[in-house]
Design a protein around this ligand. Structure first.
Ligand SMILES: O=c1[nH]c(=O)c2[nH]c(=O)[nH]c2[nH]1
Length: 285
């Protein structure tokens, strides 16, 4: 039976780069975690250890810092520059995938150069370029939201292992992980991100929910409806269960006021919402 090298890629994971824009006394901060991943004609290094075609991961890391020196801007634009650089300057490299996470900082009041870490949610992008095709995926991870009512869950099948009670009023909480694929490669990336994030939140607020699955679809639909240039969105929603505590042993009632927030196990609800007419692009992810 023949044995052969299968799909492979390599790069520098999690290069942490912080840039301060200090062209005015009011500084701006960009805080990123950048991962590069290259693939192409790399059989020699795997089979014989000949590294003639292997741009070192150390060089890839240095490139991230050197490009940051020229300015970062929106993470999608930064990732596009990096992806094009690696493929267009290294003949053996046929595809680059650049993933960027951006951590939020907020100015403290009007202070010109003082910042506090912002919301825990992380803005992300994954850009893939193969010399011809470009894919841009933007996203948000860890956007924690909670509705304290307007959520029910009932009507599900029961078998000999089912103990879950039906409920007409529960807490619905999740950490939104959502990634959406752009149909174009030049957008106002910042405005697009803000609009998508707001659409996710508006749909979460505005949906009277009979299941987290229903809320997932509503969120995806809202994002695509507001931005016609988006092709699809993939959502992964952990169901952050909140169980009503039984206070009867203490002679107390509990009309949906005191909950136990359970961290595991958790339901994990995942799904894609897509727009007809855009070709699918598994490479983008
Ligand atoms: O919104 C929900 N969807 C489920 O599929 C599910 N399963 C479960 O036990 N609780 C819930 N809640």
């Amino acid at each position: 039976m023949a044995i052969a090298l299968g799909p492979n890629q390599y790069g520098k994971a999690e290069t942490r780069v912080v840039r301060i824009d200090r062209d005015s006394p009011v500084h701006r901060i960009t805080d990123l975690n950048v991962s590069t991943s290259l693939s192409g004609d790399l059989i020699d290094t795997h089979l014989t250890g000949d590294n003639a075609k292997v741009l070192p991961t150390d060089t890839q890391k240095n490139t991230v810092y050197a490009f940051a020196r020229e300015g970062i801007g929106e993470i999608e634009a930064f990732a596009l520059r990096l992806a094009r650089h690696f493929v267009d300057t290294q003949e053996p490299i046929h595809r680059a995938r650049i993933r960027v996470e951006q951590y939020a900082w907020q100015r403290i009041g009007d202070a010109p150069h003082s910042f506090a870490r912002g919301e825990a949610a992380v803005r992300t992008t994954t850009v893939t370029y193969d010399g011809t095709n470009t894919h841009v995926v933007s996203g948000v991870e860890g956007l924690v939201v909670l509705n304290s009512t307007d959520s029910e869950f009932w009507g599900f099948p029961r078998d000999e292992y089912t103990t879950l009670g039906e409920t007409q009023d529960r807490i619905l909480a999740t950490a939104v992980n959502a990634h959406w694929r752009h149909g174009t490669h030049s957008e106002d990336w910042g405005a697009s991100y803000a609009q998508a994030r707001q659409a996710l939140l508006d749909a979460f607020v505005g949906t009277y929910s009979y299941s987290l699955q229903q809320t997932l679809y509503a969120m995806g639909q809202q994002v695509l409806e507001r931005q016609p240039t988006l092709a699809e969105i993939r959502l992964s929603l952990p169901n952050k269960h909140h169980f009503v505590m039984d206070l009867e042993p203490f002679g107390l009632t509990n009309p949906g006021e005191v909950f136990h927030a359970d961290d595991r196990p958790y339901g994990l609800i995942q799904g894609t919402v897509q727009r007809d007419g855009f070709p699918s692009a598994e490479d983008a992810w």
